[in-house]
Ligand binder design. Structure first.
Ligand SMILES: *Cc1c(COP(=O)(O)O)cnc(C)c1O
Length: 348
């Protein structure tokens, strides 16, 4: 039962019922939503409100993911799902969330915006869950734990056994952020959704599917949880074109899988070559589409690459001496490696 975990006013909230919630057929003369009947002042038509429940996308997605449509929430990026989860469960100045740094930054940002305390249980030296410290750090007010697997920025998956222990014994919601799961699909916890009613899985179209500009994220959870998220979301949170393009994309999954294979292949080549550079201390094993690399003078390398118009992510502030590099095309990776080799020749 998740109702005991929810903020009481969310439980009793009655949601806004939009025009398209009340009449969802596509045929008729639509005089109910104050839209412009003449058309759109745009190059593409968009004068009608989109489906607030995204039925077509969810029907196709349910087939791809092997879940029921009642188990799917769609958000304007997965960040919207993260925000709604915190707002549904965490009473400001009272409840807390648990995060395992170094990890994705939005859990903490969203908690802070909602004035919700953040308990940090740092990952161990293998970037894996420190279970004793986790159990010692949580409080009765811990409503959600965010587990990012594969983890950003380290790239590894978290120990499935540790995640299972948390799923078995933690009394709050367990959110597993699987933004990078398409790069290592066998590690998904999606098949365990039925077994654990407090499990929420977050995935996104922004990474492997190549749809970052559309902003579409997914949350998978119990029917009860999805009902809550739908109740508190902005009515038309997913725009018409995002819905249409994703419907088409979902019928094109083989292309996504092909690209995943190509990126994984390029990642291995890139990792091998990076690790041969003299100033590189460690290329961390990655299940995702990026590499975390520890090196001497990472700030200087970062500045040098920036000057050369190769933009990587400086993670020095979260993991000392580390840059995070997304796997590019074979041609992009080649240029990156050439620049780094030039840098090595100058400085080492
Ligand atoms: C990129 C990323 C997201 C955000 O995805 P959007 O759907 O684009 O909002 C979520 N979690 C992690 C760990 C990410 O790296």
């Amino acid at each position: 039962m998740i109702r005991n975990l929810l903020r009481p006013h969310i439980l009793s909230l009655s949601s806004y019922s939009s025009a398209r919630d009340e009449y969802s057929e596509s045929e008729g003369i639509f005089l109910d939503a104050n839209e412009n009947p003449l058309g759109s002042v745009a190059s593409k038509p968009c004068n009608r409100y989109p489906d607030p429940q995204q039925h077509k996308v969810k029907n196709l997605l349910a087939l791809v993911k092997g879940v029921s449509t009642d188990n799917i929430f769609l958000g304007n990026g997965s960040d919207e799902a993260i925000d709604l989860l915190i707002r549904a469960f965490c009473e400001p100045h009272q409840d807390n969330i648990v995060i395992l740094p170094p990890t994705y930054g939005m859990y903490e940002v969203n908690a802070c915006i909602s004035a919700v305390e953040v308990i940090k249980v740092p990952l161990n030296e293998h970037f894996d869950i420190n279970l004793p410290q986790f159990w010692a750090s949580i409080t009765p007010k811990s409503k959600i734990v965010f587990l990012c697997s594969p983890n950003n920025p380290s790239g590894n998956i978290l120990s499935p056994d540790s995640i299972k222990e948390i799923l078995e014994k933690f009394k709050g919601m367990v959110v597993i952020d699987e933004a990078y799961i398409d790069f290592c699909p066998k590690n998904t916890f999606l098949p365990l959704l039925k077994k654990y009613p407090r499990l929420v899985i977050i995935q996104t179209f922004s990474k492997a599917w190549g749809l970052a500009g559309l902003r579409l994220g997914m949350a998978f959870g119990s029917q009860e949880l999805i009902g809550i998220l739908n109740k508190i979301k902005p009515p038309y949170n997913i725009n018409q074109y995002t819905q249409e393009i994703v419907e088409k994309s979902l019928q094109n999954e083989p292309l996504k899988n092909e690209w995943v294979e190509e990126i994984l292949k390029n990642k291995n080549i890139l990792a091998g070559k990076l690790s041969k550079l003299r100033f590189v201390e460690k290329v961390f094993a990655s299940e995702a589409n990026f590499l975390l690399i520890k090196m001497q003078d990472s700030q200087r390398v970062f500045d040098y690459l920036l000057y050369e118009k190769v933009i990587v992510r400086n993670r020095n502030s979260v993991v000392a001496g580390c840059l995070r590099i997304s796997v590019g095309t074979a041609a992009e990776n080649k240029i990156l490696l050439e620049k780094l080799s030039d840098y090595q020749n100058i400085h080492y």
